[in-house]
Design a protein around this ligand. Structure first.
Ligand code: M6R
Length: 617
């Protein structure tokens, strides 16, 4: 959940660290801190509770000694509240060593007891300080930071990324990872470490993966990776396919506003290169799962959390229809604890924007251990989940910085559709003519999305008027149901108001009791051309809630006149076949959540208590 950056080279490290932390702040913003080797044989640290801006202002007012080696951290609190003392870095070896940590050290209690017995005292309530003191002790013994870190990581249980610097080794940063993210940035005469590539993309797009249970030592001119067993490791390099400007606001009032505006591009780029000359889907990356495997699978299980899980639910409808294979969608954190029945004919598809969500990662590992095949749908290069999977289909939404996921959601649905189409083609359940037609419709979505965005004024006005609203309900059916869930989640996480999404068919089984005069209800209305005749049923639902005083905002396709007599407001989306409606219908809900939160004066990019990447269970 925390953001981590390390630098060694010839630039002023404060600038590199603070720039990296700014781009990583979405990972956690309870407190922030830096440690730099001051070039005179000492370590300078500064840390503060609160957002990065507080640290940044303090550094501007009272600068640290400028050095060219350092580490920086932005925190999402786990052990110990968000205070100055609990902020990272933590010190060891009597202040000669500084260490930052992302993750949870599960056996910290027993290690702390040992340290106390040996006479150490603690200045924070964190598990991380235990690691700092242990590496400090080990340094005393070994006189070398890599050896000291290696000795300690083998004693730690849980999940961690650790970075450390020592005053005696001015040109060295050592990092270690287990079940927590870390990537290496490769420069000329300088090297970087970061929780993700955003930490260093302003300086280099050349990156190197570091695997589980591996340790890296960076110096200005070298990068050495070894396993926790001390053996050298051949690490894989890759080029980051976006530049720093993609992670800048670029004149938008918030990252979220920018990212919503990029939804058409996210869909278009995810389709790009995955349709062959004959107009059929061919995802080159699926080669990791050959056609025989795809033909042979008898079940798909989608695992994901939050918005990514809703994308999975949308995908379920499409895959079942096109590929005629049963699909279950499960929240990743519930999945492995109920000992699910899996076999080598089960394909487990994980969906994750960050590729680092701990619950999803653990579920993927569990699935592999049980012999299932694994496919990852992921937006972040170099992330852990794709590396733990048999194959990966990257979404090409570009970096998503706002904590609330928007463009990644439409890209994830697109990737699920592409996968469903290819699966249907391979399994012979989707004839080529129909597949080509669906591909053409999917290719038209980016333009349709652009038109939804350009007519977003009404939804903005509604959001502003509703700034004092206490509760909003969302109803949908079929693929509109996950869209309703997504609309509600956005409102909860951004505007902190009670919001719930329901399957419209469930109304009379309980939720209709919530309807009282003035209750706002968004209804995602299926197309009147829907083959399952769900349109008429949802229009009846609208009448039922209107009769009980609800204020209905219908999201309905252009020309659908049946909703007009019953809805208080109608937000129009372009005509699309049922499967592609979610991609269009969700945009007004993303705008609504963002605008309502902004109207309440809230920070839409960094909602309270949240972090972008949930790297602890
Ligand atoms: O990085 P992931 O896609 O694995 O993240 C999953 C959820 O944590 C994420 O979608 C979360 O629900 C967002 N805050 C929703 O906007």
């Amino acid at each position: 959940m925390c953001g981590i950056v390390g630098y060694v080279g010839s630039r002023g490290s404060i600038e590199v660290l603070m720039g990296g932390l700014k781009r990583l702040e979405y990972r956690g913003y309870d407190s922030a801190g830096v440690a730099v080797l001051d070039g005179h044989g000492g370590i300078d640290t500064r840390k503060h509770a609160g957002k990065l801006g507080i640290l940044s202002d303090d550094l501007a007012a009272t600068p640290l000694h400028e050095g060219t080696t350092g580490i920086g951290h932005t925190r999402w609190a786990t052990h110990g509240g968000p205070t100055d003392e609990n902020a990272h870095p933590h010190l060891g070896d009597e202040g000669r060593l500084a260490l930052i940590h992302n993750g949870i050290i599960e056996n910290f209690g027993e290690l702390k007891a040992e340290l106390l017995e040996r006479g150490h005292s603690f200045s924070s309530e964190t598990d991380s300080e235990v690691a700092a003191l242990l590496v400090g002790e080990a340094y005393r013994e070994t006189g070398e930071l890599t050896a000291a870190m290696l000795q300690v990581v083998n004693r730690l249980e849980g999940a961690f990324t650790l970075l450390a610097v020592h005053a005696d080794q001015p040109d060295v940063v050592v990092g270690a990872r287990r079940n927590s993210p870390l990537v290496i940035g490769l420069g000329e005469g300088e090297n970087f470490l970061g929780s993700d590539v955003a930490a260093f993309v302003a300086y280099t797009r050349s990156a190197m993966e570091i695997g589980q249970d591996q340790l890296v030592t960076i110096r200005p001119d070298s990068v050495e990776v070894i396993g926790f067993d001390g053996q050298p490791v051949e690490a894989k390099t890759f080029e980051v396919n976006w530049d720093a400007s993609a992670a800048e606001k670029g004149g938008w009032p918030s990252f979220m506003a920018k990212e919503i505006s990029e939804e058409p591009e996210a869909v278009a780029k995810t389709i790009l290169g995955r349709v062959d000359d004959s107009g059929l889907v061919r995802i080159p990356e699926l080669d990791g799962l050959d056609e025989a495997t795809l033909r042979d699978i008898d079940r798909v299980v989608v695992i994901a959390c939050g918005t990514a899980a809703y994308a999975g639910m949308v995908g379920k409808y499409a895959i079942e229809q096109w590929a005629r294979v049963p699909v279950d969608v499960e929240l990743a954190h519930e999945f492995r604890y109920r000992e699910p029945v899996l076999s080598e004919r089960t394909l487990v598809v994980s969906i994750s924007q960050s590729g680092e969500t701990m619950d999803t990662l653990m579920a993927v590992k569990y699935a592999r251990e049980q012999g299932a095949r694994t496919l990852s749908i992921c937006n972040t290069q170099g992330a852990t989940i794709p590396r733990e999977s048999d194959a990966v289909v990257y979404t090409h939404a570009g970096p998503e910085v706002a904590v609330a996921s928007t463009k990644a959601f439409v890209a994830q649905i697109t990737a699920m559709y592409l996968f469903g189409l290819q699966l249907g083609q391979v399994r012979g359940t989707l004839d080529e003519g129909r597949a080509r037609g669906l591909v053409r419709e999917l290719q038209a979505v980016p333009e349709q999305l652009a038109s939804v965005l350009s007519s977003g004024e009404r939804i903005r006005e509604l959001a502003k008027w509703m700034a004092d609203t206490q509760s909003v309900l969302f109803l949908g059916r079929h693929v509109g149901y996950p869209v309703a869930l997504e609309g509600a989640l956005k409102l909860k996480e951004l505007a902190y108001i009670h919001a719930e999404g329901f399957a419209a068919g469930e109304l009379k089984h309980g939720p209709i009791a919530l309807i009282e005069p003035g209750q706002i209800v968004f209804v995602i209305v299926p197309s009147p051309r829907d083959p399952n005749s769900l349109h008429a049923k949802v229009v009846s639902n609208i009448q039922e809630i209107r009769a009980r005083g609800a204020r209905v905002i219908a999201i309905a396709e252009a020309g659908d006149a049946a909703v007009l007599p019953y809805a208080d407001e109608v937000i129009r989306i372009p005509l699309a076949s049922p499967f592609f409606e979610p991609l269009l219908a969700v945009v007004p809900l993303h705008i609504f959540g963002m605008e309502l939160a902004a109207a309440k004066g809230l920070d839409v990019d960094q909602p309270r208590n949240l972090a972008k990447s949930v790297t602890v269970e």
